[in-house]
Design a protein around this ligand. Structure first.
Ligand SMILES: Nc1ncnc2c1ncn2[C@@H]1O[C@H](COP(=O)(O)OP(=O)(O)OP(=O)(O)O)[C@@H](O)[C@H]1O
Ligand SMILES: [Mg+2]
Length: 351
């Protein structure tokens, strides 16, 4: 074991005490000399040296025994907490003075403070997360319960409602499935367990596929989804095709749901940015207020909660989009003007 502030600090305290005592002794000798006019001989000098040595060693002993030995224990406890578990804390002791110990203890206390803040944040997040999930699951579960109870209460024999209620119950079940699938995806993405399946593919094809899958939804709102690009010219990128299809579908789906109520125009554009390709999805809907924009990519965040829920939205879509794009080490952004429309954009690496 290396010395931990054993000698230099004890010595400093001991000499300071010894010199203080000698100071008092010198005044005492001076008074004797002035009052009694006695010459100061070797006896007083020798006595002075003796007192100094005695005080020095007694203080050294006491300071070490009663103060520093206790500080050492506190220091060692704190130090062993700072050092990673697989390293022997004795090997890393670098405190040789009280100042070193003070520095280490301050560092230790700051680290603990930061850790506690972090844990508090996680705990708050966990509570909110569970609260949000149960809130989201409640609506479809209670709907299903309502339809089934009505059917059991005689609705089953009523041909005017039995089929429609079953169909409605099935719709709520589909909603439950969608929420669970979104939660699973978020979980995978957040625990970094999602392995990207990187391949070279044509991004224009992916955009076309996404538009086709949402054709019926767009038609219902009399909405035109238009790819602003020559479909015959491929754009090759290196990415996970399935995940990018999910991103594009999510963004077009949002543009349809939250864009103009009817007769909206949605445009998908591609921009060459040297190494990357920028994809933009623009709608001419009501837009998003500036103070909502920083929160859009948070889980469960919805600008107009009522409307969003009516649309079947969970508020996980954009959180998933952000995770997928960030997993590709690319960026996603949004700009919006109230009353004019919104543009979501993301980049991908060209291949
Ligand atoms: N193009 C847009 N125009 C206006 N508001 C939008 C647009 N896209 C998203 N939003 C707002 O952002 C919120 C979050 O979108 P997000 O895709 O995360 O959730 P969602 O669409 O409601 O649900 P989910 O995608 O999980 O089905 C939406 O509820 C909506 O309020
Ligand atoms: Mg969405």
């Amino acid at each position: 074991m290396k010395n931990i502030f054993r000698f230099s600090d004890s010595r400093k305290v001991a000499s300071l005490t010894a010199f203080s005592v000698i100071g008092v002794y010198a005044i005492f000798v001076l008074i004797i000399w002035l009052v009694f006019q006695q010459p100061i001989g070797f006896l007083f000098f020798g006595l002075g040296v003796g007192i100094w040595v005695a005080v020095y060693f007694i203080t050294l002993l006491f300071v070490d025994k009663f103060i520093f030995s206790k500080i050492r224990v506190i220091y060692k406890t704190i130090h062993s907490q700072k050092v990673p578990k697989d390293i022997d804390p004795k090997q890393t002791i670098d405190a040789h003075s009280i100042e070193d110990v003070q520095r280490e203890v301050t560092e230790w206390s700051n680290e603990r403070k930061a850790e506690i803040e972090n844990l508090k944040g996680l705990e708050k997040y966990r509570r909110e997360y569970i609260g949000n999930i149960s809130h989201e699951l409640k609506t479809p579960v209670f709907n299903i319960q309502g339809y089934i109870l009505t059917l059991l209460d005689g609705g089953l024999e009523d041909p005017t409602i039995n089929r429609t209620y079953l169909a409605k119950a099935e719709k709520s079940i589909n909603r439950l499935i969608a929420i669970i699938e979104d939660l699973e995806t978020i979980n995978l993405l957040e625990s970094n367990e999602l392995k990207l399946n990187l391949n070279r593919f044509n991004l224009v094809d992916v955009a076309r596929e996404a538009v086709e899958s949402l054709e019926m939804k767009a038609k219902k709102r009399d909405c035109e989804v238009f790819i602003n690009y020559n479909l015959e010219r491929p754009i090759y990128v290196l990415a996970d095709r399935q995940r990018i299809l999910q991103v594009v579908t999510n963004l077009i789906d949002n543009a349809i749901k939250y864009g103009k109520k009817t007769g909206g125009h949605i445009k998908i554009s591609f921009f060459d940015m040297d190494e990357n390709i920028l994809v933009e999805i623009t709608d001419d809907g009501p837009g998003i207020a500036q103070n909502d924009i920083p929160h859009l990519f948070e889980r469960f965040y919805r600008v107009d909660k009522g409307r969003s829920r009516d649309m079947g939205g969970t508020g996980l879509g954009l959180a998933i989009v952000k995770h997928i794009i960030e997993a590709h080490h690319q960026t996603v952004n949004v700009r919006s003007t109230l009353g004019v429309g919104t543009t979501f954009g993301f980049t991908l690496k060209k291949a």
